[in-house]
Structures are given as C-alpha cells and as structure tokens.
Design a protein around this ligand. Sequence first.
Ligand SMILES: NC(=O)CC[C@H](N)C(=O)O
Length: 336
Amino acid sequence: MDVQDVEQVASTGTLPRWDRVEHLVVDAHARYRDLAAGAVADYIPVLAAADPALFGVSVAVVDGEMHEAGDTQVEFSVQSISKAFVYALVCEAYGHDAVRERVGVNNTGLPFNSVMAVELNDGHPMNPMVNAGALATTAMMPGATPAEQWENVRTGLSRFAGRALELDGVVYRSESETNIRNRAIARLLQSYGRIETDPLEVVDVYTRQCALRVTARDLAVMGATLADGGVNPVTGERVVSAQVCRDTLAVLASTGLYERSGEWLFEIGLPAKSGVAGGIVAVAPGKGGIGTFSPPLDPAGNSVRGQRATAYLSRALGLNLFASSVHVPEKTEPHA
Ligand SMILES: NC(=O)CC[C@H](N)C(=O)O
C-alpha cells in the first residue's frame, strides 16, 4: 500500500483505523529502515558505540493492544524522554501551578543544553524539557534524600512503562564522567535560587533518570498512558491524573523536540518527546502512544528514522491533532 492509499484509508470512515495499525507499523519500519541520514550522539562517550542500524517501531493502543516492527525489544537509555514523565510525576505531587511558576512552559528556541537560554531569561529555566528545566524539575521530585528521589523516579517511570525499569550502569558512569555542562547549568540555577538542594546531587539523580533502560515498546506504553488520561492501558494502573496528562501533553507539544518543536508540530501534529539515545515517544490523546528507536540523530538531537516513521503513522492513521478527519493532504511525502 502506498502513502496515497493509506491516506485514503485514513480519510474514510471512523478514525483512527486501528484495524490497519499492524500493517502500517510494519510498513513504517520497512519504508525508513534503509534511511541512512543522521549521526549517533557522541558527547556521552558510550552512546557513540550504538549500532546505527537498530530501528524499532511500536504502537500501543489505549485498549492495551500492541503493534510492533523491528527492534522493539532492544534496550537503550531513555535520556531526555524521562523529562516528560518526571515532569508529570512532579505535577502529580505538587500541582501544575507550583511547577509552572518554578520551571515554566515556554520554548527557549535554543539547544537542550543551552546555558545562554538560562542567562537570557534571568535564571528562569523556561520549560521542563530542556536540561535546565529538567534539573529544576528533578530537584522537586518527592523524597527526603537524593536516593529516595531517584527511587521515586525509577518506580514512577516503571509504572508508566508497566514493568520495572533498571539503571544502565555503563551509560550512567559514562555520562557522570562527562556531564560538566549539566553541572554548570545546575550551579547556575542554584545561583538564581532555582535549586535549593545540593546541585551536584540533583545532577546525579537526573543523570540516573536519563540512564534508565527502556525499549521502543516501553515508550509506546508510556505514551499510551499519557494518551489514556494517566491509566496504563496494559496494567490498568492509574499513574497520574487526567489533568496532569493534559498539562504534560501541552508542554510536549510546545517543547518536546527542542528548537524543532514547531516544525514537528506543523508536520506531525502530535505531542512528543525525543532522547539522544535515539528514542521518540509520540502521543495521540485518547488513542494511543507511538514509540520509536533508531540511534542516528538530526543536529537538534532527534532520531531521524523515528521522526519519519512517526510522521508516516500520524498521516496514515489520521492522528494529526489539527487535521479534520476528511482532509486528504496533497503532499504525500513530508519534508526531508
Ligand atoms: N537530549 C537528551 O536526551 C539529553 C539527555 C542527556 N542525558 C543530557 O543531559 O545531556
């Protein structure tokens, strides 16, 4: 089936056509498997050793159905995707007003690890999806000690995934030895009174949260939990409230792909979050989650194949939040 056909499928009858999902997931994988663009991250030394050929596409529907193709059971570090779920957990604990005031919800327009963004905004971290805002958010995680905060992060993200997630010790150590910039950002936030506890301990919890091991399948389930108003569709457990999901998805829509968030929303029309190990989670509210994994990244740090596969599924399944169900786009291929 070519793109035009699937768009016609998506444009007729009730959307989305979940009966076609299995076929479309396999097709999304086949289409982009050989796409050779992008480069694996190397600023965290161990990530440079990732196999660029790995590629998995997974969809979790809010009724608990799973559809998968490729390397969906391969584990990789969650990296920045953790920021979305830690943000949700902190909002659940303290209410979104407290987090919004301290961390913000506006895009910086600058790279995820920008120091200048903090300086330009009088020490305000701007949003929870860039490193400054994520550090400020992790600092707010419930727990009397950093060890307790870390355990709450680990168990909280595990509840979103529906299984016990574990630390990748090799990734954690590799990033701990080289995360000087994050330590600088944490110190800068401390200087502006945005972090009240020990900034280096905050960086340590944050580095651990980024080194949690997930699969594309986990990402799909985590996304489906946000799509399902906070109830994990596989375990049936309520992880966060529907309001927290709504707030988290709004933040993801405006900031989830860093300085490329506008282009992503324009083309794909779904809230999403990327990580530098090559994962992307996208959320179709009320419908399901899409998890992709492929290590080669674009210059902003977003997986190239993951973006293409998600764009294809969004179009083919009619998931774009801004599209009416009868719209058949003239353009059949997205921008490169
Ligand atoms: N964009 C990312 O995935 C960055 C996460 C990484 N752990 C960092 O802090 O630099």
